[in-house]
Design a protein around this ligand. Structure first.
Ligand SMILES: Nc1ncnc2c1ncn2[C@@H]1O[C@H](COP(=O)(O)OP(=O)(O)OP(=O)(O)O)[C@@H](O)[C@H]1O
Ligand SMILES: [Mg+2]
Length: 293
């Protein structure tokens, strides 16, 4: 897909009905037969054929013609369906630039009731590619393991953020659709890329957030200078990227907490020469004596 916002604007209401029909049909079919797309969307076959041709040219659907005329969609089309759902539910009024492309997600700016960031999860894409190729022989596999993995990750991230906000400084979670999460946009940059004016205060605020997170029964489990955004102005740091968070019942919760805190301390030592022993930071965060942790 070329440009996300441009592609979105090119699509009509009928195109979205067709994508919705393919999405529904893909629960039962690897390739959704064109007759079923027509039935599910309530649009006449001739029109469906013509519209699908255009969606194919926009690279939003793929087609197989070996056994019968069938269609399938990939993450780009799901992104557009999730976006159109946010628009329908009045969470999003307009879509902006892509602001982050990672291994596990792509993030877009958007505007709703204030500036938003929409995170489209991509978990499972790489790891299930080979499964998709093998799928003909493995008929008992779920049809869309990659989408399923991404949707689960998005839901978990949304639920964790709702549990933490506003006690912990995380972006305000706004809405969830499929594998996409809309949240408050933080206008700032990753902690690792900026120089903060008062690093000691910044470290104290981060550790205090880790303490509150632990108090609410959660460990981030991927905390580092890459997943902390420093907001412009003096709003302080915000912790992002929560899909891998675990709760305290997790068998490795304390190890993961120790790793999170070490990552933060190592960064503040390397960049600002602020020294804080791991034991005292952990004591601060958990309220326990170090040897118990
Ligand atoms: N709420 C937000 N406000 C502003 N920017 C954001 C927000 N959420 C994410 N971003 C941007 O998108 C990037 C990726 O987001 P995130 O860390 O949640 O995903 P990821 O899966 O870890 O991607 P990566 O593999 O690049 O780390 C962030 O580093 C940040 O630049
Ligand atoms: Mg990240």
């Amino acid at each position: 897909m070329e440009n996300f916002a441009e592609t979105y604007l090119k699509l009509s209401r009928e195109d979205f009905s067709l994508l919705g029909a393919i999405e529904a049909g893909m629960k039962d079919h690897e390739w959704v037969p064109i007759s079923e797309i027509s039935q599910l969307s309530g649009l006449p076959l001739r029109k469906v054929e013509h519209r699908l041709e255009q969606l194919f040219e926009l690279k939003l659907v793929t087609r197989e013609t070996l056994h019968y005329d069938g269609f399938q969609m990939d993450f780009d089309a799901y992104d557009l369906l999730a976006l159109s759902d946010f628009v329908k539910r009045n969470f999003v009024l307009s879509i902006g630039d892509r602001i982050g492309v990672g291994k596990e997600a792509v993030v877009n700016a958007a505007m709703g009731n204030g500036p938003l960031a929409i995170k489209f999860h991509r978990q499972g894409r790489a790891s299930f590619k080979h499964v998709r190729r093998l799928r003909d022989h493995l008929t008992d596999l779920p049809r869309l393991p990659w989408l399923h993995a991404a949707a689960l990750a998005a839901r978990h991230e949304f639920e964790v953020m709702r549990k933490l906000y506003p006690a912990v400084a995380v972006p305000k979670p706004v809405a969830l659709s499929r594998h996409a999460l809309a949240m408050e946009m933080i206008s700032g940059d990753q902690l690792g890329k900026v120089t903060v004016s008062n690093p000691q205060d910044c470290l104290d605020m981060i550790l205090d957030d880790v303490r509150k997170t632990w108090g609410l029964g959660v460990v981030h489990a991927d905390l580092s200078e890459f997943n902390i955004l420093v907001a412009e102005g003096d709003e302080g740091p915000r912790i992002i990227d929560w899909p891998q968070a675990v709760d305290l019942a997790h068998p490795h919760a304390e190890e993961l907490l120790t790793r999170d805190v070490s990552n933060v301390l190592r960064f503040f030592w390397r960049k600002y020469k602020i020294e804080m022993p791991l034991e005292s930071a952990l004591e601060l965060v958990t309220g326990k004596e170090a040897e118990q942790v």
